[in-house]
Design a protein around this ligand. Structure first.
Ligand code: ATP
Ligand code: AH0
Length: 377
């Protein structure tokens, strides 16, 4: 059984997800076991600082990278132990790394695009004695693509239905969608980032409440949407850009929000407005995807990522999508929280098979590309 482990640490900086996946070409990837390791608070703060720092001390950067890498190794070793497996059982680890800056349009207009994932695949290979595949995004960027989102290729391999148009929606720090045509259709897959999902909700919650996030969206549900604020937020150029597009903390952060507040708003009303912003911009993205694909309608939407647990956010989304069934990807064998880590296991397998990992129609790259570098065990 060819076993791979996908390692993902997303923009929410909540921890490292490790997914053990069985991947054979002829059948859909199967999730076998998982392990989540929480991000220690000191490392979370350090990474968050690096996400916004314009000048960086290289020793600090190296220390954060090493701490991050050791946490990844811990996730892998814990997962192996829990499954009574050893390094020899694993074909490869697919390591996403930690995005600390994503500037696919360049930092300033006209400057070179870049995307930066903190990672040390050499150390990870040394600590785990497993082959590592890493640096998945930069080849797509080198080929003129956005380098994100990459998961749509995995969704395409996993979730197409015979007859229906379906949508996979990741609700992480950021939201990205994949619109999948029916299997027999020759329509192309559409995928892009729609903007923030939880990143602003988490940041505003942390400023005003105890804890890291608004459980079930209860605080947001207790507030009232502020229409004028919502309009100002939705004015952001990113929402009006045509795909291919991707985004990150460089655009959407607390200072961005503060610049659009008048100052008298009740915090809970701002939280409600931020939840509505996520729902409205996602719904706008879905409409755009449908129009671009000339899809007759979306039968099913599979929400995944942590935001799938946010009842308030999902309720708001439902209001925009009355004709779409919203069901858990669990029904297809993939719990909402494990699709992203699963995608990097699948991408590692693609790399070892010398097969492309990107969908150029999604990222905008010049063509299909084999993604990532291989580090010997
Ligand atoms: N029960 C819950 N209620 C409300 N929100 C939740 C709940 N569980 C998780 N979340 C939200 O999900 C977030 C984590 O989601 P996830 O781990 O998918 O993000 P990520 O992978 O880091 O982000 P990205 O996909 O952008 O890289 C949390 O920060 C929180 O906002
Ligand atoms: C640069 C980067 O890390 N982007 C992430 C982020 O989190 C969600 C969204 O923004 C998506 O574009 C991407 O992650 C997933 C795994 C992707 O590439 O499909």
């Amino acid at each position: 059984m060819p076993l791979f482990i996908g390692l993902m640490s997303g923009t929410s900086l909540d921890g490292i997800d490790a997914a053990l996946v069985d991947i054979v070409d002829s059948r859909p990837a199967r999730l076998l076991a998982t392990r989540a390791v929480a991000m220690p608070e000191a490392l979370r703060r350090q990474l968050l600082y690096l996400c916004h720092a314009r000048q960086v001390d290289l020793a600090e950067l190296a220390a954060a990278e090493e701490a991050f890498c050791r946490l990844q190794a811990q996730a892998v070793n814990d997962l192996l132990e829990s499954q009574q497996l050893t390094a020899e059982h694993i074909s490869a680890l697919g390591s996403h790394g930690q995005t600390i800056e994503h500037a696919p349009f360049g930092h300033t207009p006209g400057s070179s695009p870049y995307t930066w994932q903190l990672d040390n695949p050499s150390l990870l290979a040394e600590l785990t004695r497993i082959r590592v595949v890493a640096d998945f995004r930069r080849r797509d960027l080198a080929a003129g693509g956005q380098a994100a989102p990459l998961a749509p290729a995995f969704h395409d391999a996993l979730f197409r239905s015979d007859d229906d148009w379906q949508l996979v929606l990741n609700l992480g720090g950021f939201a990205n969608l994949t619109l999948l045509p029916p299997r027999a259709s020759d329509a192309r897959v559409i995928g892009f980032d729609t903007g923030p999902a939880n990143v602003l909700l988490d940041a505003w919650y942390q400023r005003h409440q105890e804890g890291r996030f608004d459980r079930d969206g209860q605080w947001a549900a207790s507030g009232k949407v502020l229409p004028a604020l919502l309009e100002r937020l939705l004015d952001e150029a990113f929402f009006h850009r045509p795909p291919p597009k991707s985004t990150g903390r460089e655009v959407f952060h607390l200072n961005w929000l503060d610049a659009r507040l008048e100052g008298q708003e009740r915090p809970r009303d701002v939280q409600a407005t931020l939840a509505e912003l996520s729902a409205a911009s996602i719904a706008g993205g879905i409409e755009l995807a449908q129009e671009t694909a000339q899809a007759p309608g979306v039968s099913r939407l599979y929400p995944c990522g942590g935001g799938a647990h946010n009842r308030d956010l999902v309720t708001r989304l439902k209001r925009y999508l009355p004709d779409t069934e919203i069901i858990s990807p669990d029904t297809l064998g993939w719990p909402a929280d494990w699709l992203e880590a699963g995608a990097f296991a699948w991408l590692a397998a693609r790399r070892l098979d010398h097969l492309p990992g990107n969908l150029p129609e999604v990222t905008g790259a010049k063509g299909p590309r084999v993604l990532g570098g291989v580090y010997a065990p």
